[in-house]
Design a protein around this ligand. Structure first.
Ligand SMILES: Cc1ncc(COP(=O)(O)O)c(C=O)c1O
Length: 359
């Protein structure tokens, strides 16, 4: 068996320990004689899996009973419609800060249901920074402000939130569980699973209960937060195996010291990479220093030819999926929770060698 260091932006690397447990339990989950995949979602055994998964996420993120935790489907993209249908119900108007493709998509989808006010944008500079949150003019007649906490493609992240009474909705698909946050600062947090949580297909939604239950009448039942909550995320067959794997990831994270310890590891890993890039004569980071992501690190040589050469040589060394998104070019290392420090160190060692060889 050869495992590579997988720097994919998502679906992404998962902890090897988790995959090994899943492998061990594949044919016979805890003496049931069947795989979790083959199990009724209404069975007692599965009920325990989904309840424990939720309880562990609550523990990891310190989520109070004021918030519902929902296991939904349709990826994070389904939430671009579900959030306005559920939460943009008073003013039928939302504010969005445009920090990249995933806010663009939320804007486009939101417009199908409500008025969308794009109150700031970094589009003109190819999303290389986060607009100053202290300068945001957030209208008071909006139902919420939509932000993308971490911009997977461009490698930017918010380091602080705007001070506002307007409820904040955050797409945390690529940063959930990577650093400590205060859930109480948000009206709603959602995240597709395929980066820090588990396999694609599952989307986690954390939503303030006091805002639920007023959804638009056009809201499909499967997109309704209150209906999903009432049926404990079992309006229909949930993505059973995805929830089980998320549960294993949460247990693994708890055993490794929770989100606080994960954040420390992530900061150390990111520092190794950013320090190298900042001192390099060949590689550059396109991102504003104070807005740099802990999870997604784009870097460029400035030459398409050298970038291709780098990617090909890295691949041979087992450093894979480093190609940057087409809208940024160059390389991007996604260093999610499950990426070991050794993987980042091996990448930096190779970057140094490549730089020496290509002066
Ligand atoms: C920040 C962010 N939001 C939304 C999405 C879309 O997720 P999905 O493919 O699960 O709909 C992604 C996917 O990479 C993402 O990075």
């Amino acid at each position: 068996m050869t495992r590579v260091y997988n720097f994919s932006a998502g679906p992404a690397i998962l902890p090897q320990e988790v995959l090994e447990i899943a492998q061990k339990e594949m044919l016979d989950y805890k003496g049931t004689g069947m795989s979790v995949m083959e199990m009724s979602h209404r069975s007692k055994v599965y009920d325990k899996i989904i309840k424990t998964t939720e309880a562990n996420l609550r523990k990891l993120m310190n989520i109070s009973d004021d918030y519902a935790v929902l296991f939904m489907q349709g990826g994070a993209s389904a939430q671009f419609a579900a959030v306005p249908m559920n939460l943009a119900v008073n003013h039928k108007r939302i504010a969005v800060v445009n920090t990249g493709a995933w806010s663009d998509k939320a804007i486009e989808e939101g417009k199908r249901f409500v008025e969308v006010d794009v109150i700031a944008s970094s589009k003109e500079q190819n999303f290389t920074f986060i607009p100053d949150v202290d300068k945001l003019q957030i209208p008071s007649n909006v139902d919420y402000l939509h932000i993308v906490s971490n911009n997977t493609i461009y490698g930017t992240k918010y380091n602080k939130l705007p001070k506002t009474n307007v409820p904040i909705v955050s797409d945390m698909s690529s940063s959930i569980l990577s650093e400590e946050i205060n859930v109480n600062d948000y009206a709603c947090i959602f995240a597709g699973a395929q980066k820090n949580i588990g396999p694609a297909g599952l989307c986690i939604v954390i939503v303030k209960r006091s805002l639920m239950g007023k959804e638009m009448s056009i809201t499909p039942k499967l997109y309704s937060y209150s209906a999903t909550d009432k049926e404990e995320s079992m309006l229909n067959t949930p993505p059973t195996y995805g929830v089980y794997l998320a549960g294993l990831v949460f247990e693994d994270l708890l055993a490794k010291g929770g989100v606080k310890a994960a954040q420390k590891r992530n900061e150390e890993k990111a520092k190794i990479l950013y320090d190298f890039i900042d001192n390099s004569k060949l590689f550059k980071s396109p991102v504003n220093k104070s807005d740099r992501s802990l999870m997604n690190v784009p870097f460029l040589t400035g030459s398409d030819e050298l970038d291709s050469k780098f990617l090909a040589e890295a691949d041979i060394l087992g450093l894979v999926n480093l190609k940057g998104h087409r809208s940024v070019g160059g390389m991007r290392a996604s260093i999610y929770n499950a990426m070991p420090t050794a993987g980042v160190q091996k990448l930096v060692d190779f970057m140094q060698k490549f730089e020496n060889n290509n002066k």
